[in-house]
Design a protein around this ligand. Structure first.
Ligand code: GDP
Ligand code: IMO
Ligand code: MG
Length: 436
């Protein structure tokens, strides 16, 4: 495809989330006109740091920090209007002006307090076999969408429809909450009044965003698709049932925004130099010892959304191969290389040993039943500070070897290497950022 036609870019998490998507999207923003989220909700936590500022974004695309960019919350998302308004207020208190450029799909589904209560009640009931959700009500809201009695953002603007839908939802969910989980029922009218109030404040932003995106296409404007979560948390392709409830892989972009798949011109994967995950589920390279704790401390691996300590482990190239295959990565942004600065040795998982022999490709069923053992290749650590390095050639040889090993194994260019949380702490080696 000629460079001029490569207008739109997807930026997607390549592991189990928290790869540093927020930082990378923020870096790319100035080259795009629109930033659009297509799935998930306020389970996401994207951190952006620059100057002395620190922002945590949950529902709002990182483009909001760049004046004049249109930010879209797509139809594939589940939106808690109260959480959205709270996030808008928080941003305003940090000096971010939110004008008319923040748009919400009228077909996106709503999360109400009853969804979050059900999410938490189920997790509590599941005890040791819980998923470890963020407790935000994501699963219950997507369930109602699939069951075809979901409440959509446009419903907040019509009292009669809203009341009918909330009564139907309460009829079923209250029974579940009370009878199955021994919790408190919700009073439908208080949910109606809350939702109407939120709808009134958000009214001017609730539109058909797929038309907005189509107009952008006609005008030749550039759109960035900001992923939330990561490939291995995808409801279809992740480590089911320990996943989120949406398609966070590239396949979810077209349905989650109402655009044609051919509008996704390029895909960038964001991968951490090691692996983390929050919540339960298989994690073949997990480190349960003091090395894992060292990674957690050095990488500050505590959830942006829930504050939970993240599980940590070595980089898993089997995971990344699967992710590159599912998403069709054109390039990768490798983040948090600096976290390894004090490590003597850095093992990397290149393949798995399984009861059926060695494999380099993601063996879904065997991973789910925890029958894989990582085969590690040990790389030499660099033992020098790389934080803030901006040129690839200024990295120690061992750090360059680490990056090149990943590139060779995945047969995908590592176009960006991130050496710190801030914008300027970045090496641009090629790809989209070098082309602009
Ligand atoms: P996201 O959900 O993918 O946007 O990632 P999070 O924001 O949840 O977590 C990534 C964390 O790593 C944030 O605290 C970032 O500020 C931080 N971070 C991003 N890139 C780097 C990096 O290259 N080095 C270091 N040390 N921290 C980074
Ligand atoms: P970002 O966008 C990491 C995980 C939860 C849990 C599972 C299901 O910041 O990368 P859910 O509340 O979605 O039903 O929880 O998914 N999870 C994330 N883990 N980063 C995220 O988002 C996540 N969003 C959800 O921890 O294991
Ligand atoms: Mg995060």
């Amino acid at each position: 495809m000629p460079a001029a036609e490569k207008r739109n870019l997807a930026v997607l998490g390549a592991q189990w989330g928290d790869e540093g998507k927020g930082k990378i999207v923020d870096l790319l923003c100035e080259h795009f006109d629109i930033v659009a989220r297509f799935q998930g909700g306020h389970n996401a936590g994207h951190t952006v740091k620059f100057a002395d500022k620190h922002y945590s974004l949950h529902l709002i695309p990182s483009g909001i920090l760049h004046p004049g960019k249109i930010c879209v919350l797509g139809n594939g998302m589940v939106i808690d209007p109260h959480a959205l308004l709270t996030e808008m207020e928080k941003l305003a208190s940090l000096g971010v002006t939110i004008g008319d450029e923040l748009l919400i799909s009228d077909s996106a589904h709503c999360i109400l307090p009853i969804h979050a209560a059900l999410d938490k009640a189920r997790e509590e009931y599941a005890g040791g076999s819980k998923i470890g959700t963020t407790g935000r009500g994501i699963g219950p809201a997507y369930e109602m969408k699939a069951s075809r009695f979901g409440i959509r953002m446009r419903d907040l603007l019509d009292e009669e429809i809203l009341r009918g839908k909330i009564e139907t939802a309460c009829h079923e969910k209250n029974a579940l909450l009370k009878t199955v989980y021994g919790g408190e029922a919700f009073e439908p009218e208080s949910l109606v009044q809350g939702a109407l109030r939120h709808g009134e404040i958000l009214r001017k932003r609730i539109v058909d965003t797929s038309i907005v995106l189509d107009e952008a296409r006609r005008d030749g404007r550039r759109i960035m698709f900001e992923g939330a979560q990561g490939s291995l948390l995808d409801i279809d392709h992740g480590t089911y049932p320990f996943v989120t409830s949406s398609n966070c892989t590239a396949g979810g972009i077209a349905t989650g925004l109402g655009i044609a798949p051919k509008q996704i011109h390029e895909v960038m994967g964001v991968a951490k130099a090691y692996t983390t995950r929050v919540g339960s589920g298989p994690f073949p390279t997990e480190l349960l010892d003091d090395v894992g704790e060292r990674l957690r401390k050095r990488g500050n691996e505590y959830g942006t959304t829930t504050g939970r300590p993240r599980r940590t482990g070595w980089l898993d190239l089997v995971v990344l191969r699967s992710s590159a295959m599912l998403n069709g990565f054109d390039e990768i942004a490798l983040t948090k290389l600096d976290v390894f600065d004090e490590f003597e040795e850095i093992p990397v998982c290149v393949s798995y040993d399984t009861p059926d022999g060695e494999t380099r490709n993601w063996p879904r069923a065997l991973v789910d039943s925890e029958k894989v053992r990582p085969r590690l290749k040990t790389m030499k650590g660099w033992k020098k500070p790389t934080i803030g390095v901006r040129e690839f050639d200024d990295l120690p040889q061992e750090a360059r070897d680490y990056v090149k090993l990943i590139e060779d194994e995945l047969e995908c260019p590592i176009a960006v290497v991130s050496t710190g949380p801030r914008r300027e702490e970045t090496i641009i080696r090629g790809g989209v950022l070098a082309a602009v």
